[in-house]
Design a protein around this ligand. Sequence first.
Ligand code: ADP
Ligand code: MG
Length: 345
Amino acid sequence: MTFLPFYGINVSENSTYEGDDMNKIKLIYEGKAKKVYETDDPTLAIFEYKDSLTAFNAQKKDTMQGKGRFTNLISATFLKLLQDKGIPTHFVKLIDDNHQLVKRLKIIPLEVVVRNTSTGSLCKRLGVEEGLDLVPPLVEFYLKNDELGDPLVTEDHIRAFCFASKPQVEKMKELSLKVNDILSKYLYERGIKLVDFKLEFGTDEEGNIYVADEISPDTCRFWDLSSKERLDKDRFRKDLGNVLEAYEEIWRRIGQPKAAIQKHYEARLFIYLKEGVLDTQGKTVLSSLHSLNYPEVQDVRVGKYLKITLNSPSHQEAEFKVKKMCEDLLVNDLIEEYAFELEEI
Ligand code: ADP
Ligand code: MG
């Protein structure tokens, strides 16, 4: 039995659903990241999250034991969060570590990408710098077609070829931006920047639109807020290593209640040589000042200025950490002194 610590999704208690074996009737589709099974209820499907990883339209492939567990649990957490905030999603319940029950929908053949920061294909396509803040966020549509490499499409293309109706496009945009607001805030509070993400949408028999598919490190870009460390599939795309560890880190952070969550601080740190220690650069500046007729200057100490951003639960704790950092690493305590200002950002 799986227990989601944050939401307390307890499989056996939450269930109108009678057990896994009789329900997983037939494999309908096997994709790159999931297997989709028919259930004995035609309105529902079971997703099995796989351990395989693919990138660049499946040209790069690997298997990573335990990955499917993280994408399943993370996706369930996000979908449930969105549902609680009034966003219609296909999520019904978590079944176990690798399975979840979802509404079976007709998928609209578009991928909706929301971007808060420039990176990836956007930079490549437009030749823009990585890391630019995109305000307001960009919403892009891609045609869901592996053979064509999921090309970018305009709203006119969507209309001309009936990939989706105009009201559906409007609704997908509106929901995507709401999802962005909810997830960005939730992740920020846990020290993660939501850089961009991809959503899929589907419709039920009545034509109602739901957020479908998955929301996980396979489909989003997550950067650590202070170190900018990549905590998503870019680790696999770019061979950065520790892929599974990054997925686990996301699961660890989103599984934590907000109370334990870190705030963000900026420390402005000044390091300079102690008085009495010969500071040759300082002496040069001092003699220049004297020759420029500033005889009142008594001494000059040339130093270093460092700006450090860090996560911490409190100001006190952050102060303690910066002091420790200085003493352990940044300052040679025989000859250097330091001072810093600390501010929550
Ligand atoms: P792919 O390799 O095509 O991306 P995945 O491994 O992601 O496939 O498997 C999931 C498949 O199920 C995708 O084709 C996705 O569009 C589809 N899908 C997502 N949500 C639903 C849903 N609620 N009902 C039916 N199909 C869905
Ligand atoms: Mg997919």
